[in-house]
Ligand binder design. Structure first.
Ligand SMILES: [Zn+2]
Length: 270
């Protein structure tokens, strides 16, 4: 499969890849080209590398928004020996400590989800080599981008990318469009406040980890749904309510609420 570049601002393009409907965002500077997220397999990342030639890339700089396979397993295909790969420190830890085990677990869980994902078994995982604690600024030549960590949410290491001169905010899986948010590694109680802190930077287009590019109003609506769900979970926990009572109603679908409630109780238990 392949995709077409969507220009969302001057020198900012999104490649919405059909398998898992995952987004790659590219920010072009005079000296460097920032590629945010690298897809799942060597074959997919190879297609991305070929598609990048249309954008006349400079030196590539990579960002992984978080440690899930569909956002970072293409690193080795895109990176040369000197390529910077940026991520939050928790994401690097997760990927660098036991890369072979990370690949084996992702392959065991997801290689059957789509014919292309059979390629997960062929991944050599190249972990990030530059880390962000809370904030970093990258100079791409003629434009600067901000990398920002605002707390736990979809995972323990979600990194957002803000392009101030274009008004673009890239949120990784802290925001999902056309599919419910994913809670399997999430911190449902922290998530809405984390997203809220990042959305103070949202003035124009907002790129989710999966699905269509939206505006700040759409992102704010999802933040309110996440907050409603977090409030339900926290209230249930405070009164000792059984989990099934917590997930019986509320925003998103039943399977999503069930996973969120279990993760939320675990987060509150600490
Ligand atoms: Zn994810």
């Amino acid at each position: 499969m392949t995709a077409a570049w969507q220009r969302i601002a001057d020198g900012v393009h999104v490649w919405r890849y059909p398998v898992l409907d995952v987004n790659v965002t590219v920010v072009s500077g005079d000296e460097a080209t920032l590629v945010v997220d690298t897809l799942s397999t060597p074959a997919q990342a190879g297609r991305l590398r070929r598609a990048l030639t249309e954008l006349e890339p400079r030196r590539l700089v990579l960002v992984n928004t978080h440690a899930h396979f569909d956002h970072c397993f293409g690193n080795a295909t895109l990176a040369g020996p000197d390529t910077e790969i940026w991520a939050h420190e928790a994401t690097r830890r997760r990927l660098a400590d036991r890369p072979g085990q990370v690949v084996a677990e992702a392959a065991a869980r997801h290689a059957g989800d789509d014919p292309e994902l059979a390629g997960l078994t062929a991944v050599t995982l190249l972990p990030p080599n530059r880390t962000v604690h809370e904030h970093a600024e990258l100079d791409l030549g003629g434009r600067r981008v901000q990398l920002r960590y605002a707390g736990r949410g979809h995972s323990d290491g979600d990194l957002a990318v803000h392009v101030p001169d274009a008004g673009v905010l890239v949120l990784g899986d802290l925001l999902e469009v056309d599919a419910p948010p994913q809670f399997d590694d999430a911190y449902p109680i922290s998530w809405p406040a984390t997203l809220g802190r990042l959305l103070t930077d949202a003035t124009g287009q907002v790129v989710p980890g999966h699905g269509a590019v939206v505006d700040a109003h759409h992102a704010e609506r999802q933040r309110r749904e996440l907050a409603e769900l977090a409030d339900r979970i926290a209230a249930g926990y405070a009164t000792g309510a059984p989990l099934e009572q917590v997930w019986s109603t509320g925003p998103f679908d039943l399977a999503t609420r069930r996973e969120a409630a279990a993760r939320g109780y675990a987060e509150l238990t600490g």
